[in-house]
Write a protein that binds this ligand. Structure first.
Ligand code: TNX
Length: 504
């Protein structure tokens, strides 16, 4: 196992003899001319400069001198130690890190890999007194196991604003996660301004669970979080949850209800009671407007249409509504993601999928049989794994946890760590599994402190499950590496859970 306290555990990490590399005043970063290398260099220079208290220069010329961190892009896979048979989707995030007493060199095929390598460098460093940091000589070759390593955050039950989301993104970046899924709409509130449907936020933006204050992201806020995430090579996947979980929409637009009257606001925490109606004249235009606008605001490849927990609709109407939404997302040039229930609409009665557009099915509910998901995967759908009993980070750690739910059980840190993604759905072909995504639902979560208390340290555990090769990770090793991360959490002002399973 690795000797450096890096999470997720790298594929290959070997300490080398020699004095540590010193990070302090006078340090320079060599990068460029590629914009992706320069942008990461500037980000790193800013952070290091803040830590050591003097500005750090970014230069293009490598004169071979000591005291530099070199960020180097290459087109040659062997430069980053990548085996020829590695999935091309993983190559962009691969990196090689060489730390010697004199210099640090990060090599990658793309900006994403440079950024991931710098995170490893950061986690390998330790304060050495007098505002300096040092990094022991080390050789690291690394790439992720899965291409989708996500966190889903529910902004609908309680709202979290741009600044709070920026710290979530920063935490994700520090564990090499690469997808931020935003659950933007639900019965209790609508959290993204939609230019063609302004009443959604004007009417339903201000409500939240328990009558707590709501809020929403303006188009500008959304663009800002997308940009902040992109600079850390994290993609935002927006979720507009249909055809259930829609009371906020029905409260804003009466044309979506059979009576034509808007529904009342809803501030409870039940699920499954609200629904769209496929035959109302207002429904298809609503889906077109909302999904079209969201797709237009989103540079990432995916739009999530929800599809979960629709308890008051027959299968045929559900299927028609899901297909309407899928067609709009497809027309807008995006790939559909849906919770596992959409699998029932993809492959009805076991019939093979029609030459279907690509789709990602997100598995979450282990109480349900997974036959539909497996069938969809065999017909070509990709599968994203969010088994609730492992990665629903809104579950309590144990019976004494002061907040959180427990319908999927208690999830101690070790529970979120010790599981094998490919064993979750044995019938799904390995190459259909795109990755792992944690989720945090916010029925009981109101503040950043609540949120980070539930995320830490479990998010780090899930990140390792999603990134590290099975033979490279293990609970004892993980538990031994976690305590070194506490100072960074505390410097960032993040509250965390002192699990009795870890020797802090
Ligand atoms: C299930 S997961 C839900 C959410 C709840 C969550 C609470 C999913 C697709 N639906 O509506 O917030 O459980 O843990």
């Amino acid at each position: 196992m690795t000797e450096i306290p890096v999470i997720p555990a790298p594929l290959e990490a070997e300490r080398r003899p020699g004095e540590p590399f010193v990070i302090g005043p006078g340090l320079r970063i060599v990068a460029g001319p590629e914009p992706d290398a320069v942008s990461t260099a500037i980000l790193v220079a800013g952070r290091v400069g803040e830590a050591v208290g003097t500005p750090v220069a970014v230069v293009e010329e490598d004169d071979g001198s000591a005291g530099v961190i070199v960020l180097r892009l290459t087109a040659d896979r062997t430069d980053v130690g990548l085996p020829a048979d590695v999935d091309p989707r993983l190559a962009d995030e691969a990196y090689r890190l060489e730390v010697s007493t004199e210099r640090v060199v990060v090599t990658a095929l793309a900006g994403a890999g440079l950024f991931r390598g710098v995170i490893t460098l950061q986690q390998s460093s330790r304060p050495s007194g007098g505002g300096l940091y040092e990094v022991p000589p080390v050789h690291v070759v690394d790439h992720p196991r899965f291409s989708w390593r996500g966190l889903s955050v529910d902004l609908a039950r309680h709202f979290f604003d741009l600044e709070q989301l920026r710290s979530v993104v920063d935490l994700m970046a520090s564990y090499k996660l690469n997808v931020l899924h935003l659950h933007l709409t639900d019965d209790q509130g609508w959290r993204l301004e939609i230019p063609s449907r302004p009443e959604l936020t004007a009417v339903s933006g201000t409500t939240a669970v328990g009558g707590d204050p709501g809020g929403w992201l303006t188009g500008q806020d959304y663009a800002a979080i997308v940009t902040h995430a992109a600079s850390r090579f994290i993609t935002v996947v927006p979720e507009i949850d249909i055809p259930g979980h829609v009371n906020a929409a029905l409260h804003a637009y009466g044309e979506l209800t059979p009576s034509g009257e808007p529904t009342r606001e809803y501030t409870g925490t039940d699920v499954g009671f609200s629904r769209l109606h496929v035959d109302l004249p207002g429904t298809a235009p609503f889906l077109r407007d909302v999904l079209g606008d969201v797709a237009a605001m989103t540079p990432g490849a995916h739009v999530h249409i929800g599809g979960d927990e629709v308890l008051t609709m027959d299968a045929e109407e559900y299927r028609r509504l899901v297909h309407l939404a899928m067609a709009e997302v497809d027309a807008a040039g995006k790939v559909v993601v849906g919770w596992q229930e959409v699998a029932t609409a993809l492959v009805p009665d076991g019939a093979p999928a029609d030459a279907a557009a690509p789709v990602v099915v997100q598995y979450w509910d282990e109480r349900e049989g997974a036959d539909d998901v497996t069938r969809a995967a065999l017909a070509g759908a990709d599968v994203l794994l969010s088994p609730a009993s492992k990665v629903y980070l809104d579950m309590r750690y144990d019976a004494s946890t002061p907040l959180g739910l427990d319908w999927a059980g208690h999830i101690e840190v070790r529970d979120s760590y010790e599981w094998e993604p490919l064993d979750v759905l044995p019938g799904v072909p390995r190459e259909r599994v795109v990755g792992v995504e944690a989720a945090v639902w916010t029925e009981t979560i109101r503040t950043s402190d609540d949120l980070f208390f539930l995320l830490l340290p479990r998010l780090a555990a899930v990140a390792e499950v999603a990134w590290s090769a099975p033979g490279r990770r293990g609970w004892e090793s993980f538990a031994a590496r976690v305590p070194a991360h506490v100072p960074r959490w505390e410097t960032a002002g993040l509250v965390w859970y002192r699990s009795p399973q870890i020797d802090w």
